[in-house]
Design a protein around this ligand. Structure first.
Ligand code: GDP
Length: 479
């Protein structure tokens, strides 16, 4: 590879090389986060400057061979959408594989993403310090998947690492530099601007849009074009939230000035280069809330940033019907919207809800579930789905309404099965759940009964006093 590098360097003496942009991909728990941490610790800049950095979606690491930009890629399957966008913006991918666990489903998924993006990649076998580590086993498994390694007839470099012990990290960084030099990653600061949106979030000051510049220079005060809108860049911030005035190729930054959040993966160009907006491939639209079927769970989904929201929406179980979704915190309007649609849940990932919002939710019977770990959100949803698959014991139609002591008695006709006084009862209107009630009194004519059977007519007084209408159904389910 060294000779190739020299040739390439000569060929590029007049070209404008820029630092490589790297995506770290691989199966959950295989050590991507630990590797990125180890890389930052090894970084010259981190050692010299220290300081607390906050994630803006990517960070630049100073190495002996020059700077490298790493895209932060979360590790769960739900983030495959974001990962695939990570690979599109990246020049090189690092495929992380656990030396003791070997190739796993998300390793193959990552390999597929890398191949589709047509970018070179390096295999990084991690956790080499574990006694059960086997470099050969991983190599063999990947060869079966068509990966052809350097020194074995192919050109894919293999680096073995223990991120925990800091072994092999420098070699990985050197290999990244070497591959980028062979590839000749180009992007001149004088070229027309092309920056990719890698993350978006809401801040007190308005929408914040994280980008990586691929070529050109992004400047404060200039007008940029994204999707079909022109935006004035009001502020630029680095990963230490420090205001900066220019962003050069391969550098990440956050832009303040957007009125609406653009989609993750969209391209920002200079206004002079404006091209007609072609909507990016987006998450397939889920069926909108209209007449729920039994077993379906209507929810509002909120997330702190657009990448996570897209990833959640793309991976929801089929029983979940999204009434609404959005980036940012949970507001009173979200609670009222859930209430108005007779749904029950707001599921949020890293969003916040103020005390007033939580109080309103409690009084309106709306459940707010906030998660910091994405798979816990899916676990909870699955738990609710399982709980929602209740056994129906009987169904009765409400055929009349009688006033009784400031309350209302529902006059019913049993259509199927039976309704017992001890059953849990769901009030349904046109296949939508209005609410759950319990029976206070069950009467046939004037006699209190414990159970109504097929075809019988009876009166029910239930609690809470939900506002029922003639034509609604009462469904009894096993508790
Ligand atoms: P991710 O889901 O791919 O980001 O994986 P993490 O970085 O969170 O690591 C998953 C687990 O593997 C954690 O318990 C880490 O401490 C452990 N781990 C990561 N790298 C190493 C390593 O080099 N050696 C050992 N022994 N454990 C590691």
């Amino acid at each position: 590879m060294k000779q190739e590098v020299r040739n390439n360097k000569l060929a590029n003496t007049s070209g404008r090389l820029r630092p490589p942009i790297i995506a770290v991909l691989g199966h959950v728990d295989h050590g991507k986060t630990t590797l990125l941490d180890a890389i930052r610790k090894t970084s010259v800049a981190a050692r010299e400057a220290g300081g607390i950095t906050q994630s803006i979606g990517a960070s630049v690491v100073a190495t002996k061979g020059g700077p490298i930009t790493f895209i932060d890629t979360p590790g769960h399957a739900a983030f495959s959408k974001m990962r695939s966008q990570g690979a599109k913006v990246a020049d090189i991918a690092v495929l992380v594989v656990d030396a003791s666990g070997g190739v796993k489903p998300q390793t193959l998924e990552a390999l597929q993403i890398i191949r589709e993006a047509q970018i070179p990649f390096i295999v990084c076998v991690t956790k080499m310090d574990l006694p059960s580590a086997s470099l050969e086993a991983v190599q063999g498994q990947l060869e079966k998947e068509g990966v052809s390694f350097e020194g074995r007839g192919g050109d894919v470099p293999l680096v073995s690492v223990s991120a925990k012990k800091g072994i092999g990290v420098n070699e990985l960084l050197e290999t990244i530099i070497l591959v980028s030099e062979v590839k000749g990653v180009e992007g001149s600061p004088e070229a027309n601007l092309e920056a990719v949106v890698i993350e978006t979030s809401q801040s007190k000051g308005g929408p914040l849009v994280s980008v990586i510049v691929r070529c050109g220079t992004l400047k404060v005060g200039e007008e940029v074009f994204c999707e079909d809108k022109t935006t004035k860049v009001k502020g630029l911030f680095d990963e230490k939230s420090k205001p900066i005035s220019v962003v050069l190729p391969s550098e990440p930054a956050q832009i303040l000035g957007f009125e609406e959040l653009p989609a993750v993966g969209s391209i920002i160009r200079s206004v002079a280069e404006a091209v007609p907006f072609q909507k990016q491939e987006t998450t397939p639209q889920r069926p909108h809330y209209a007449g729920l079927k039994e077993g379906q769970i209507p929810v509002i989904i909120k997330a702190k940033n657009a990448g996570a929201l897209e990833a959640i929406l793309a991976n929801l179980p089929k029983e979940v019907v999204v009434i609404d979704s959005g980036v940012g915190d949970i507001y009173e309007s979200d609670v009222l919207r859930v209430k108005a649609s007779s749904a029950k849940y707001i599921f949020a990932f890293e969003s916040k809800a103020s005390g007033d919002v939580l109080k309103l939710a409690t009084s309106e019977g709306v459940k707010i579930e906030i998660f910091k770990v994405i798979y816990e959100l899916f676990d909870k949803l699955n738990e609710i789905i399982k709980g929602g698959q209740v056994e129906i014991l009987g169904k009765a139609e409400i055929v009349a309404s009688f006033p009784f002591d400031k309350k209302k008695i529902a006059g019913c006709k049993l259509q199927e099965g039976k309704i017992a006084k001890s059953d849990a009862i769901i009030l349904m209107r046109q296949d939508k759940e209005i609410g759950r009630v319990r029976i206070v009194s069950l009467k046939k004519q004037k006699t209190e009964i414990t159970e109504a059977k097929n075809g019988e007519e009876f009166g029910i007084l239930f609690e809470p006093q939900l506002d029922f209408a003639v034509g609604d159904m009462l469904v009894s389910v096993r508790k």
